[in-house]
Design a binder for this molecule. Structure first.
Ligand SMILES: [Zn+2]
Length: 256
């Protein structure tokens, strides 16, 4: 409670000046007896004063509430309104503080140079990554092809019957002597049997010999040499391979 030193009216603490004469009010703590005296002396005045004090109290509470509402509204406006603006300008969904604060900083000169460097670095890294990825893909594809090739080769053994065809004996081979020569030598391979033919005259003598590693190849009927009198026309020679594998051989023929 407060008291007017001029007219001794007592007021509530929220008042600073006397409502009757405008004198600055003083606290009642100094003399406690006075308010009691004033109260008993002027009841109506005290009642009116307390009534106006109550109204002032209500007004003050209302003012505080209104001010609080204003503050809350301002905070709400600051929190909710800037969000779309920030996201529109920055295209950034981060917090408002984060999106708003960097903008002025980035406009400063020092930052633009770092940011391109960072961007190019990330570009280089991305390129490197892509190149390495491509290389990996290529390597993987190559390995895949190699694996497929090896698998095919593994499946080829069933096709090993192929080599025999490769050593299939050719048909009859014609032997011709060089002009003025009476002999000829043939070196070849035989799987089972080879036949040779040469033009001879009547009354000539043909002598032939065959040699082979391990003696696998002989004339038909056996023996590594043969000879007979020829007739006019084609004379035949047959060599046989007596081993399981195809064998090299050398055949020498002389006609006199
Ligand atoms: Zn007064």
């Amino acid at each position: 409670m407060k008291r007017c030193p001029q007219c001794s009216h007592v007021y509530t603490d929220d008042l600073s000046f006397c409502l009757s004469d405008g004198t600055p009010l003083i606290g009642l703590l100094e003399d406690q007896d006075r308010p009691t005296v004033v109260r008993s002396g002027d009841r109506s005045a005290t009642a009116s004063q307390t009534g106006s004090g109550l109204w002032l109290k209500v007004l003050a509470v209302l003012a505080v509430l209104f001010f609080g509402f204003l503050v809350l509204a301002g905070i709400a406006a600051w929190v909710f309104w800037p969000v779309p603006t920030a996201s529109n300008t920055n295209n950034n969904n981060g917090s408002n503080l984060a999106s708003v604060t960097p903008t002025p900083v980035s406009t400063a000169t020092p930052l633009p140079s770092p940011s391109p460097t960072i961007a190019s670095n990330t570009d280089i890294n991305a390129d490197d990554l892509k190149r390495q990825q491509d290389e990996l893909d290529r390597e993987r594809k190559r390995l895949e092809e190699e694996r497929r090739r090896l698998e095919e080769e593994k499946q080829r053994p069933p096709a090993t019957p192929r080599p025999p065809p490769r050593f299939n004996d050719p048909g009859t081979t014609r032997i011709t002597f060089r002009r003025g020569s009476v002999g000829h030598t043939v070196s070849s391979t035989v799987a089972r049997q080879r036949s040779f033919v040469l033009r001879t005259l009547n009354g000539q003598y043909l002598s032939a010999s065959v040699s082979s590693p391990g003696g696998c190849v002989t004339f038909r009927g056996g023996g590594s040499s043969t000879g007979f009198a020829t007739r006019q026309g084609d004379s035949f020679l047959y060599v046989t391979n007596n081993c399981s594998d195809p064998s090299r051989f050398t055949l020498s023929v002389t006609v006199r």
